[in-house]
Design a protein around this ligand. Sequence first.
Ligand code: FAD
Length: 381
Amino acid sequence: MEHYDYIIIGAGASGLMLADALGKDAFFSNKRILLLDKASKDTNDRTWCFWEKGEGQFDDIVSKTWHHIYFGGKEFSKHFKIAPYSYKMIKGIDFFNAYLKRLETYPNIAFRQESVLEVKDYGNRVIVSTDITQFSALKVFNSIFDYKMAMHQDKYPVLQQHFLGWKVKTKSPIFDADQATYMDFSIPQKGNTRFMYVLPVSKTEALVEYTLFSKELLPKEEYENAIIDYLKINLNCDDFEIVDTEYGSIPMTCYDFREHHTKNMRYIGTAGGWAKPSTGYTFMSSSKKVPVLVEYLKTGSPLNLLSFKNRFWYYDMLFLDVLAKNNGNGRHIFETLFKNRDPRLIFRFLDEETSLAEDLNYVLGCPKWPFFRALFRRMVQ
Ligand SMILES: Cc1cc2nc3c(=O)[nH]c(=O)nc-3n(C[C@H](O)[C@H](O)[C@H](O)COP(=O)(O)OP(=O)(O)OC[C@H]3O[C@@H](n4cnc5c(N)ncnc54)[C@H](O)[C@@H]3O)c2cc1C
């Protein structure tokens, strides 16, 4: 059985970020590291977006940047300038190519395409069984996510940010290429939190995503029809070609994934609870957690004792409680928030970088009663 110091399962966003961080850190230069993925990572299956102030570590692979966002609601809609922030987009395939190429330059890291079937921590080493063979390692980082991880409990509701996106090419110029539609709630809500997310790359090309924050997935046609309706009714366009599609479901929950970690095996990425519960944004959150994990690894402490929980977790919990109790509340909450507060404060809050005074300012910009009720319910539980 081949032995490694560290095995990283999954060459997705978190696995590749972690492998790169270990590869370039001299502290780990004498450690043997194996990266495993069942896929060859040579297809574009997702688009990552995030906001950021000024330049950032991923700029080389950013394929589009917007300096304005649009928020659309029923009674309030506005175009916002977001400087010093910008909203950036990375194509999955560009990220995989860049990171896999980078990993080739680290002599201590190997990549193998194998499907992991089982991971077992025996206390002094972890055995990883794949469809081909078995490996042992001192520490394992696992990014295989399964909703089942969070579904055995009902203390923390589990919602999904689920969406279908079509990259469309239109005959006439209907998009504003300098503005991303962050959320457009001017569509039927049908008792849920439903919005359109539009990422234009030119006047005639955009990724249009029908997105929900809710518990249940929809039949595929419902996402498709909603995109067709939006293009027709909101953007006055019925002549378009679908160039690409993407589908996703990201967990939105405050459930503590930590209970699945062991001393020598740690879940990372979505599986590690790194998706921001209230938004589903995981890419930047992972890029911020990886360096913390790497420093922690150097201490030799048990992997299950590292906690990322902070006060923002409580805010996220109340937000998800509100949406789980009445899923139709989302539009009113976001509309009130964007009407009362600048998106730059919203971004800073969601980045968990605000001061306590700013938290209060943010919270006071939201509708009060749903949150008071959610807080009360938690207090009497
Ligand atoms: C379509 C889509 C769009 C998204 N857009 C955004 C966005 O704009 N912004 C944002 O912040 N977040 C976004 N997310 C959420 C999140 O950033 C991504 O899901 C991100 O890829 C999560 O990283 P990860 O490492 O946890 O998982 P992944 O990137 O999914 O990596 C997991 C890896 O594990 C591999 N794997 C799975 N099972 C096995 C197995 N049995 N054996 C071996 N390998 C296995 C998979 O092939 C995969 O490569 C999006 C998600 C999706 C699905």
